[in-house]
Design a protein around this ligand. Sequence first.
Ligand SMILES: Nc1ncnc2c1ncn2[C@@H]1O[C@H](COP(=O)(O)OP(=O)(O)OP(=O)(O)O)[C@@H](O)[C@H]1O
Ligand SMILES: [Mg+2]
Length: 433
Amino acid sequence: MLQQMDQNSFQIHCQRKHFLKDKHYHLLIDDNRIQISQSQQTFTKLMFWKTEQNQLIAFGMKYNKVLKWFHAEKNDLEALYRELHTRIFFGNISAIYESKEMLGAGASCKVYKVFNKITHYEFASKCIRKDYIFKREDKERYNRLLQEIELMRLIEHDSIVKMVDIYEGDKSYYIIMELLKGETLYSFIKKAQLNISQIKAVMSRCLKALCYLNFLNIIHRDLKLENLVLLEANNVETVKIIDFGLAIPLSTPNRQLCGTPGYIAPEMFIDKYPYTTKVDMFSLGAIFYKLLSRRSLFSGNNSDEILENNKRFKCNNHLKCCSNEILDLLKQMLQKDPNKRISPEQALLHPFFEESIQGDLGVADESPHEVVRTFPHIKPMQITNSNENIADIKIQVIRGSQPSFEQSLGSNYFPSFDEINKKSRNGSDHIIE
Ligand SMILES: Nc1ncnc2c1ncn2[C@@H]1O[C@H](COP(=O)(O)OP(=O)(O)OP(=O)(O)O)[C@@H](O)[C@H]1O
Ligand SMILES: [Mg+2]
């Protein structure tokens, strides 16, 4: 029997099947912890699912260090899944998801298309190997993964990829996201020059996303054409920002040089300037330049040379035939001094953009291109703590209406991903000091 206690707690009754007499337990979710008990209290950060004929029949939790299965009513299990997904890691991806083809790869991950066996929806799964995460002893990579998850959990915007579920296997972590069916803007513009109205559409979507991130005090720190992906093939008006692997809350104290050579803001190199969300505006300026010219803002034969030119602020200029409006906006986006650099809100009001897009900052999910709303309505509030332990992540949330289970049951994982991930390539352009 399901009981909703208040905004932040949730509980159900469940049974352990025994030959003579079933044992009854009580499951309680409070904040970011789950408790299962007859009398004794136990908290866990990993939950497993059991299915029969592609329906949930039980959840599994480690109880006294042993994985035990708890059967419950289908509706209760579905409600439990909805309540927990993205709050804690789920354990057995292969119970719910089936792996399809590889969609892309980064330095630290491989991204696969996955198929949800229960809902029949497709998603993308970013698989990050544990041996990569724990290669260094300082837990920095693990903390960064948790930070990526923590920030993505807050984000709900039409121009930014949505996270659906998080899973942990023996050898990998998995971030399940909405599936973007088109290619990256990087590969798209290799084939065709965008016209001005397409460039406007891309820029306005990205600027709206930056307004939103600004509002949340989140810095992405790795905006580049490879991290802009089309939701629909060949439709640049559906472009979305991905990859929050380097993102941080604005309040993070240390000024780290990071990002991708060719897109890095001057304040990452120059201490006297403030290090704020304006770094993303500079990167978007470099993207704008590339969309207009199909050339890079900073040239070089290899990433060290590009980084050097980026550092010295030695910009190219291939844009002699552009309108004054375009040049003016570009110049304001690429201002060396972040204090003088245009804000995303101001940029959207620039004459380059038509009146029709002004005033619409896209915070609501208004896109007709939305494939599926895959998670509970979590409104961003404030990050209050970030810790190496996922169970300790504290995010204040306000929950709104919940989607159906079909909509929310995003993805599940497989052990097979671990195998595929073994072949993960190295080579990414981005740097982090
Ligand atoms: N939701 C998605 N839908 C479809 N494809 C995706 C999705 N997310 C990522 N990809 C593909 O996977 C690639 C790698 O993803 P992502 O940029 O998040 O990984 P990364 O490890 O951070 O990359 P890098 O380390 O190189 O910055 C993307 O460039 C894109 O091609
Ligand atoms: Mg990337």
